[in-house]
Design a protein around this ligand. Structure first.
Ligand SMILES: Nc1ncnc2c1ncn2[C@@H]1O[C@H](COP(=O)(O)OP(=O)(O)OP(=O)(O)O)[C@@H](O)[C@H]1O
Ligand SMILES: O=P(O)(O)OC[C@H]1O[C@H](OP(=O)(O)OP(=O)(O)O)[C@H](O)[C@@H]1O
Ligand SMILES: O=C(O)c1cccnc1
Length: 487
């Protein structure tokens, strides 16, 4: 497909309606009006207590490269929907807006802006779809991975999902997100090459089937590799697989690193305990037991409760496809737009569903932590000009149930949205993947355990400042009054 278009680009990786709107803005002369859009999700996925933000590095790359190539423009011309003048305008398009975002690995919550685009209306509009595409998926997988990490504690977890992922990109970027969220390694060799994620692999049933015999297969593998993990469940785990793995390990001795065995079927609690006994009795107490087979955080928790003797967990399908919740549902909404007098006015999207009413105005998210213990007290969404970090005491209240409130003193307020691009120029230095991963780990440490448990976590406070709340109420009232007048 790409071979037909050697100059294929991501400029058309957008919904047609964005380009339709841009043509209107341009013909009506408002394409350069300043707008502010914010990205947020309404519900934390997997009923988790937090999400892990991921995807920024790819968004940065997309924005840096964003331009309409010859074949992009030729294609748009062929559709017959766009004028030559407009296509000429697109030919000269370069992203010139300001992008702010929380950094990758940051712990984030529902209903707070995690990314903001401020600049020409056309620019803000064009990039919506691609940014949502990237952030929705990577944040979802990083969050799922963090859930798995939270139940395995210090055990090793490997990402095995490529074969079940929704196509090439999902495998590659999902693996990266999984690594940020806490996975240790991936089976995907290309992801390892591209991102430097440790690669890890055992062998498949096919090897044993090829030799039609556990012993022959393990021996062949052991004489062609130093590190050996034998897959022992092809025929009979306890009567053939493990005894033959032990036999080969003994025969080869120091010539190999007998790292352990993998089980991929059956009752993994029962089998792993018997396998442990067999390995220990044979003197291989440091050999590890790997397990895989449709695992996720729930099965792993249950296996641990049953005392399963599993040391290394391989997780594929249910991680990479976000099996139990395949969409994060992040949205990208306009919160302010310049009027014909050049004044930035706040805008709102109303809905009969209170949760779907957007919060107008350009905002900053402040993470409020107590000086005493460094733990997060909540997030405080304030209008851009507010300076909560300079306040002595902060009044925090639930934006819907306002009677839930508290006054915080002796706190630190840290702004989460950072400048990534300023007027089209990248100003943010992307950290290394390992730094991002470590950052996620560190950020999770600053969260109280109540928000981190995998079942029924407490709701983390995401509050609006009084000014932000009053502004929202004022705008809702004004719109209602103006509709009433016109009706
Ligand atoms: N002790 C256990 N407690 C809870 N879940 C388990 C336990 N052992 C295995 N599982 C999980 O139960 C599911 C069993 O899947 P399935 O019914 O396909 O059996 P299987 O062992 O894979 O069968 P097969 O031998 O055909 O491969 C998997 O998701 C596996 O992770
Ligand atoms: O179960 P997942 O979490 O998705 O992990 C990946 C799965 O992929 C492999 O099975 P597959 O049947 O594809 O190949 P095999 O022939 O090696 O068993 C592996 O044995 C795992 O079971
Ligand atoms: O290395 C493995 O054991 C592996 C890799 C991919 C999928 N399942 C297992």
């Amino acid at each position: 497909m790409e071979m037909n278009y050697p100059d294929d680009s991501y400029a058309l990786h957008t919904d047609e309606y964005q380009i339709n709107m841009i043509q209107t803005y341009w013909l009506k002369g408002i394409d350069q009006r300043k707008a502010v859009f914010e990205l947020y999700f309404r519900k934390i996925p997997f009923q988790n207590g937090y999400a892990i933000f991921a995807g920024l590095e790819r968004v940065i790359d997309y924005l840096n490269k964003l331009h309409f190539t010859k074949s992009d423009l030729e294609y748009l011309k062929e559709t017959g929907n766009f004028s030559d003048d407009f296509l000429e305008y697109l030919r000269n398009f370069k992203f010139s807006a300001t992008l702010r975002a929380v950094v990758e690995g940051e712990v984030v919550f529902n209903n707070e802006p995690i990314l903001q685009v401020e600049g020409p209306l056309a620019d803000c509009q064009l990039v919506e779809t691609a940014i949502l595409n990237v952030v929705n998926y990577q944040t979802l997988i990083a969050t799922k991975a963090a859930r798995v990490r939270s139940v395995v504690h210090d055990d090793a977890i490997m990402e095995f999902g490529t074969r079940r992922a929704q196509e090439f990109d999902a495998a590659i970027w999902g693996t990266r997100a999984a690594y940020i969220g806490g996975f240790d390694a991936t089976s995907n060799v290309r992801a390892s090459k591209i991102f430097g994620i440790p690669a890890s692999g055992t062998h498949a049933h096919a090897l044993v089937q090829a030799y039609r015999d556990d012993y022959e297969a393990f021996k062949a593998y052991a004489t062609t590799h130093k590190d050996c993990v034998f897959l022992v469940d092809t025929y009979d785990t306890l009567r053939s697989g493990v005894p033959n793995a032990i036999r080969v390990a003994k025969e080869l001795g120091d010539k190999i690193n007998f790292l352990g065995v993998r089980i991929d079927s059956g009752d993994m609690a029962y089998i792993s305990k018997r396998v442990r006994e067999q390995l220990d009795e044979a003197g291989f107490s440091s050999a590890k037991i790997y397990a895989s087979n449709d695992l996720d955080e729930k099965t792993i928790t249950n296996l641990k409760m049953q005392g399963a003797k599993i040391d290394v967990w391989g997780v594929g399908t249910k991680l990479i496809t976000a099996y139990d919740q395949p969409a994060l549902g992040a949205v990208y909404k306009m919160v302010a737009i310049e009027n014909s007098d050049g004044i930035l006015e706040d805008t709102i999207k109303l809905s009969s569903n209170a949760e779907k009413v957007s919060t107008p105005g350009k905002k900053q998210v402040w993470r409020i932590t107590k000086k005493a213990d460094g733990k997060s007290e909540g997030d405080y969404i304030a209008l851009w000009d507010e300076k909560p970090a300079e306040e002595k005491s902060l009044y925090m209240f639930h934006p819907q149930y306002t009677y839930i409130n508290k006054n915080i003193t002796d706190f630190d307020a840290r702004p989460l949205l950072k400048d990534i691009f300023v007027n089209g120029t990248q100003v943010y230095q992307v950290p290394s993947l390992i730094e991002i991963k470590e950052y996620a780990h560190e950020r999770l440490d600053s969260l109280w355990e109540e928000y981190k448990r995998d079942l029924n976590p407490q709701d983390y406070p995401v509050d609006l400042s009084e000014a932000c709340y009053n502004n929202k109420m004022k705008i809702i009232k004004e719109i209602r009054e103006s509709i009433n007048k016109k009706a």
